[in-house]
Design a binder for this molecule. Structure first.
Ligand code: ADP
Ligand code: MG
Length: 339
């Protein structure tokens, strides 16, 4: 009987792997924005055409890349952020898998321009379907510009799966806001089809929250600040009267990474109990800082789910910190007992 197993060519293996990381334009937005942050940029521009289906471009003023790195970064498992498995448990960067750019390059046409401060000329690269078509020296600003064009042009089944522009834009704006919210000290802008939808100046977290979520929260934010040996909690919750029937103004970040945690959401809701109507949601923008050794961020490629080594401790800490902050608004003094 004939042997039937063959190894998939790289470009097909890359396309399959890319499905995990890049599901829609918003996934590329997240990865490219995070790369800009990791590169130490202070000003980051996001430019879109056709809800990212035609173009997702991120321009940053970060470190830039050498000629060789600018090619290498599109290889799978190519990263400057970790070297050993131990590094995984001391991660301070947003990325570490070395998969995002390889995935993007496998399912789109990419143009990259990059220059480091120590070089007079930059480098320009065009990639199509994971293949480098062209690389040449070019004039460039310090930093990096990556343009992802025609997402899924080579995977029609996936292209057809994309939703309406309005729906894809909602996903993109969600990702943009999550990154912009966690780095108020950086400037971000979002331009879609020639129209500037966001222009966020560097500022405090409070200014960023108001700039993104609305002026009506001005003077309605209560600071949350609590520290233990194990972790820090910082951020703001909305005064009880600002709670809404709809969700969308709730943000949890762990070591600056946006996470979805029904469990910690519950802790916040519990702290607000009796102060807001049962079917409404308070604003919260909360940052937990914890030694990376205590969290596993490696559970999912998009890294929105993470695992704490002591979930119960985390729950109790969050709940008590919020109650503490809200004590002045408390209608039932008994709620403050455990403080
Ligand atoms: P990861 O972020 O997990 O390392 P990526 O595929 O997103 O993987 O990026 C690969 C590498 O390319 C990064 O580790 C970094 O060295 C480099 N890189 C990517 N984007 C930028 C950027 N905007 N500026 C400078 N270097 C970048
Ligand atoms: Mg990355």
């Amino acid at each position: 009987m004939a042997d039937i197993i063959n190894l998939l060519p790289d470009n097909i293996a890359n396309q399959i792997a890319a499905g995990e990381v890049i599901q829609r334009p918003a996934s590329a937005v997240k990865e490219l924005l995070e790369n800009a942050v990791d590169a130490g940029a202070t000003e980051i521009q996001l430019i879109l055409r056709d809800a990212g289906k035609e173009l997702v471009q991120v321009i940053d003023n970060g470190s830039g890349m050498t000629e060789t790195d600018a090619r290498m970064c599109f290889e799978r498992h190519a990263t400057s952020k970790i070297n050993t498995i131990d590094d995984l448990f001391a991660i301070r960067t947003m990325g570490f898998r070395g998969e995002a750019l390889a995935s993007i390059a496998a399912v789109s046409q990419v143009e990259l321009k990059s220059r480091r401060a120590d070089s007079d000329l930059g480098t320009y690269i065009e990639i199509d379907n994971s293949v480098v078509k062209k690389q040449e020296p070019c004039q460039a600003q310090i930093g990096t510009s990556i343009a992802m064009k025609n997402l899924f042009f080579n995977v029609p089944a996936r292209r057809n799966f994309l939703k309406s522009n309005a729906a894809e834009m909602r996903h993109i704006v969600d990702e943009f806001i999550r990154v912009a919210m966690s780095f108020p000290e950086l400037q971000f802008s979002l331009n879609s089809n020639g129209q500037e939808l966001f222009h966020l100046e560097k500022g405090s977290l409070k200014q960023r929250i108001v700039a993104i979520l609305g002026q009506h929260y001005n003077a309605k934010l209560v600071a949350v600040k609590e520290a233990t040996d194990y972790m820090d909690l910082n951020g703001f919750v909305g005064k009880p009267e600002t709670s809404k029937k709809t969700r969308g103004d709730q943000f949890f970040f762990v070591n600056n990474r946006f996470i979805k945690s029904p469990y910690l959401h519950h802790a916040v809701m519990n702290a607000f109990a009796e102060m807001i109507p049962a079917d409404s949601f308070p604003l919260y923008v909360l940052f937990i800082d914890v030694d990376p050794a205590h969290v596993d961020i490696n559970v999912h490629p998009t890294k929105q789910e993470i695992k704490f080594d002591d979930e119960k401790l985390m729950y109790a800490f969050v709940q008590s910190a919020i109650r503490h902050a809200l004590a002045q608004f408390s209608v039932t003094p008994a709620l403050n007992f455990d403080l």
